[in-house]
Design a protein around this ligand. Structure first.
Ligand code: ZN
Ligand code: ZN
Length: 315
């Protein structure tokens, strides 16, 4: 069992992640339906992560349900399946016209379709994650937007299904910021499939309750070791590691946070929002009932208390 745990710690993420990309490339070669490939890879990765959380958790307490599975499953249905599906269809159709017109104006195709697919994927991630980085940072630093993002930081434990806990408006803004630039540039459907596979698999591992060690890959991915700091109850630790899928833009803008001498706490969630609803409907309505949740006149995470914190912009 010792060797199994060591293999999970060091090899599970890279093997599953690169295996998923390889599976997607095979699906593309076989001309399978994009949604079938994505659903198959997401479902099998979810099983792998959920099983390994039982075998080798980083915190045993996080494996105990807190009546949150139903809420997270509903978020998964809306913010991981339905909303991305319809948003991508609408954006791909409407922005195709813009992409064609833009290519006409400049006189050549802006997207390097002749590149190897994996090189196109890296380019797509760098461009799409630039927008997502700033949207995510704005969600933390602007009190109005924090109302919508607080849902994602509301769970008191981290496990694979937390990857889906997003207010739909938060999901919509993030998706548009990530997808619109690469669609306007003319990225093809094959690249979009690889991006979706990256986002799905990475998201589950990012929130998983598995003891992982990525070593130097922590300078590439925004993985669990980094993201657990982002779910800290301390604003000075949580306002960092904004990258949803890569850590590149945090390195560039100085918000990468990974202390070498200590681990992120097992106590996660919203420090000043004990009344934050834990049911799905309550979370959907929460931005519009903000004063009731925060308590009128009291400082809360995302409002005046963050601005007063000198380390509020991360570390
Ligand atoms: Zn966040
Ligand atoms: Zn998260």
């Amino acid at each position: 069992m010792k060797h199994v745990r060591a293999a999970i710690t060091y090899a599970l993420f890279p093997v599953t992640f690169f295996g998923a990309l390889w599976g997607a490339l095979v699906g593309i070669q076989l001309e399978l339906s994009k949604w079938l490939v994505l659903a198959g890879i997401t479902a099998s990765s979810a099983v792998v992560v959920a099983v390994c959380e039982r075998i080798h958790p980083v915190h045993r307490g996080w494996n105990r349900s807190r009546s949150d599975v139903g809420t997270d499953a509903t978020h998964a249905l809306v913010s991981m399946i339905l909303l991305p599906y319809f948003l991508e269809m609408i954006l791909a159709t409407s922005l195709l016209v813009v992409a064609i017109q833009l290519a006409d104006v400049v006189g050549f195709a802006l997207w390097p379709n002749q590149w190897n697919l994996l090189a196109q994927l890296v380019l797509a991630m760098l461009i799409s994650q630039f927008g997502e980085y700033w949207v995510h940072r704005m969600m933390h630093e602007c009190p109005l937007f924090w109302r919508f993002h607080a849902t994602h930081h509301s769970p008191g434990r981290l496990y694979w299904l937390n990857a889906a806990r997003f207010h739909p408006i938060d999901t919509a803004i993030g998706h548009v910021s990530a997808l619109a630039p690469i669609l306007i540039l003319g990225a093809g459907s094959e690249v979009l499939l690889l991006v979706s596979v990256w986002v799905m698999v990475h998201g589950m591992f990012q929130h998983c309750n598995i003891h992982l060690r990525l070593g130097p890959l922590n300078y590439v991915f925004s993985m669990a070791e980094l993201h657990r700091w982002h779910h800290s109850r301390k604003v000075s630790e949580a306002n960092a590691n904004y990258g949803n899928n890569i850590i590149f833009w945090d390195i560039v803008f100085g918000t990468r946070y990974h202390p070498p001498d200590r681990e992120a706490s097992s106590v996660v969630g919203l420090a000043d929002l004990d009344r934050f609803p834990q049911d799905y409907v309550g979370q959907i309505l929460s931005p519009f009932r903000w004063n009731k949740i925060t308590g009128e006149g009291e400082p809360a995470m995302g409002s005046s208390s963050r601005e007063d914190d000198p380390a509020a912009n991360g570390g």
